[in-house]
Design a protein. Structure first.
Length: 125
């Protein structure tokens, strides 16, 4: 009698399984809890953005104004007094950038806080 030896061969690749899971997760619909968590992350990340953007713009423009004032004082000596005034305006702008950031961020915190509290209460249950 002819005896057949049947064997089973299986190779496991952890990296391949991870890639398969990653691809699969892209096409799965998110659950309601995942949607809420994603919304919570977006709200939290978006709180500081407006303050950061505005304070950076104010700081950069003020630094340039301060530089123009320095040029007036150091290079164009006939504009010495105007250069000091321009430099002080630029310095005031630079000094106001951080308090501006803090004020805008506090305002955003107050605006977003009720929604974040509601979402965290739902997710913690």
């Amino acid at each position: 009698m002819d005896e057949k030896k049947e064997t089973f061969h299986y190779t496991y690749s952890a990296s391949r399984q991870q890639e398969i899971k990653r691809i699969r997760e892209k096409y799965m619909l998110p659950t309601q809890e995942e949607d809420k968590m994603e919304l919570l992350r977006k709200l939290d990340a978006g709180v500081a953005k407006p303050g950061t953007i505005i304070s950076l713009i104010v700081g950069i423009i003020s630094t340039l104004i301060f530089g123009v004032g320095m040029c007036c004082v150091l290079v164009w000596t006939d504009l010495f007094v105007q250069g000091i005034v321009i430099g002080l305006v630029g310095l005031a702008g630079v000094m106001s950038a951080y308090p501006l950031y803090v004020a805008i961020t506090k305002k955003q915190h107050a605006k977003v806080a009720p929604e974040i509290i509601r979402l965290t209460d739902e997710l913690m249950k």
